[in-house]
Design a binder for this molecule. Structure first.
Ligand code: NAP
Length: 467
């Protein structure tokens, strides 16, 4: 038997578990999928925007994998706490695959970045996704009129869209109730989404970009003078397909002008060739962003021009990408924000470390769509299976669940997660909504661990002799 731990139950972790059991090279593989949270699915649950129901429904595919009898979900277990070091974990399994993603936001590194009212988009996404670590006091949107979103990737598009939707549009989603209330009271009417390079170099994908133009109560406009700087905008024919389609969408908006925008409740302003140099203070909070106008440098980047522009904003969301977080006891490349590896095998001092692997964003960096994780997981699993005969002979240090409990962890298993799902459905129906996410640790653990206690009690009762 080959016992494997997969750390992280987001798409990369679940696809890794699936590839491990759906193969015929190595028989009798058992996979435990561990997660720091008591809930599975990673960024599909806590990153995909609540109004992207089709992508969210991927949870059903991930669920089918986690319900495979050769796979067990073990939540509420954080590697690196209560003595559960990577070395200790490797003692419990023949192989460990780290699929821990890229948990932190990148920084802008400009003055004023930490003013109240300036947030990373990750914080905002966590808040409206009910992540239990999200800012407990939430977002004061009522006093904001104008927001600046820095960055032109898909996360920037997500947060721009959520800010530009009315609460009625989000009511049918699983957005937590407090966030829905705050969004309903939001005073934000203008959202400036700002890129430091041109539209032909933006990172968003066309489907996501186009969606901004289809919002029921928002208009999109672009600043024609921003566009003329972009050589790819003038002649998109040589661009890769995604960039060319992006340019076509932006051109359409530019051609429509801002006539369509007059009646909309929200105005989305797409800006380019502006790089943030300072967040400006007003009354102890952020009041605006100072940008330097940039121009193409001829080799794909931009250079500053020494001319500046200020945009008023009571809310600033920095959507400039994620970065990986080092895990004590695992090697880490701080420049790339990833774990060094070769075809998924973790490298320690340049040599493959037996039994340790990576997949997903912690392996390749925070790029690509959910589906990109499939071939990435497959590559790692191919390496692991090639090593399996050398790994499977090693004696293991005990039964994982028992050892985890001895160390003081309180694992949440699959029935505990199903209990959270039921509690969220009950919460939704008490509020006259569909399932509504529980946004805090105590609420999640109460639902999950009560189920565990009940299960243990009924197991004990089952062992009592019949009266
Ligand atoms: P991203 O795609 O890397 O975009 C980051 C953006 O921030 C880029 O426009 C980048 O500009 C800009 N940026 C970086 N540093 C900056 C700085 N110092 N000043 C100003 N701008 C800066 O990252 P992301 O949006 O966080 O997305 C991460 C991944 O998740 C992507 O693969 C994305 O496609 C995926 N995702 C997908 C969906 C979806 O499919 N619906 C939704 C959300 C996320 P430069 O290009 O000039 O560096």
């Amino acid at each position: 038997m080959l016992r494997v731990a997969v750390v992280g139950s987001g798409p990369s972790g679940v696809y890794t578990a699936q590839a491990l059991v759906q193969q015929s090279l190595v028989p009798d593989v058992h996979v435990d999928v561990l997660d720091r949270l008591p809930c599975p699915y990673g960024l599909v649950r806590y990153g995909v925007a609540p109004d992207h129901e089709k992508i969210k429904s991927l949870q059903n595919n991930l669920r089918t994998v986690l319900e495979d009898e050769r796979i067990a979900f073990i939540g509420n277990v954080e590697i690196g706490t209560r003595g559960l070091t990577p070395a200790r974990l490797l003692g419990l399994y023949h192989a460990v695959v780290y699929c821990v993603g890229a948990a932190r936001d990148r920084r802008l590194g400009v003055p004023g970045e930490d003013l109240p009212g300036s947030w990373s988009a990750t914080d905002f996404v966590s808040w409206y996704s009910a992540h239990p670590d999200a800012a407990p006091d939430g977002f004061a949107l009522a006093d904001a009129r104008s927001a600046v979103v820095v960055g032109v990737g898909n996360v920037a598009v997500d947060v721009t869209r959520i800010l530009s939707r009315g609460a009625a549009e989000l009511q049918p989603t699983d957005v937590p109730h407090a966030a829905l209330g705050a969004l309903a009271r939001s005073g934000v009417r203008e959202v400036h989404m700002v890129g430091r390079r041109g539209p032909s170099q933006a990172k968003f994908t066309t489907k996501e970009l186009r969606e901004l133009g289809g919002l029921p109560d928002a208009s999109v406009d672009v600043e024609p003078s921003d566009l003329l700087l972009d050589p790819g905008y003038a002649d998109p024919s040589a661009l890769p397909a995604v960039n060319r389609r992006n340019v076509e969408v932006v051109r359409g908006w530019a051609a429509a002008g801002d006539e369509a925008s007059q009646d909309a409740g929200h105005r989305i302003r797409l800006r380019f060739f502006l790089r943030p140099v300072e967040l400006l203070e007003s009354g102890g909070r952020v009041g605006g962003v100072r940008f330097e106008r940039t121009v193409p440098d001829g080799s794909g980047g931009v250079r500053g021009t020494g001319t500046y522009e200020e945009i008023e904003a009571q809310l600033v969301l920095r959507a400039v990408g994620y970065r990986g977080v080092p895990l004590d006891g695992l090697p880490f490349d701080p420049a790339r924000g990833t774990v060094p590896h070769e075809a998924g095998r973790v490298l320690r001092d340049g040599a493959a470390s037996p039994g340790e692997y990576v997949a997903g964003w912690i392996k390749r960096g925070p790029t690509g769509v959910i589906g990109t994780n499939r071939p990435c997981a497959k590559e790692t699993v191919t390496s692991l299976l090639a090593d399996a005969s050398a790994l499977s002979g090693r004696p293991l240090a005990g039964e994982p669940l028992r050892v985890l409990r001895e160390l003081g962890h309180e694992p949440v298993q699959w029935p505990g997660w199903l209990a959270i799902e039921r509690a969220e459905a009950a919460l939704g129906s008490s509020l006259g909504r569909r399932s509504v996410k529980i946004p805090d640790w105590p609420g999640l653990l109460e639902a999950a661990l009560e189920e565990g206690v009940q299960q243990e009690q009924s197991a004990v009762q089952g062992r009592q002799p019949a009266a």
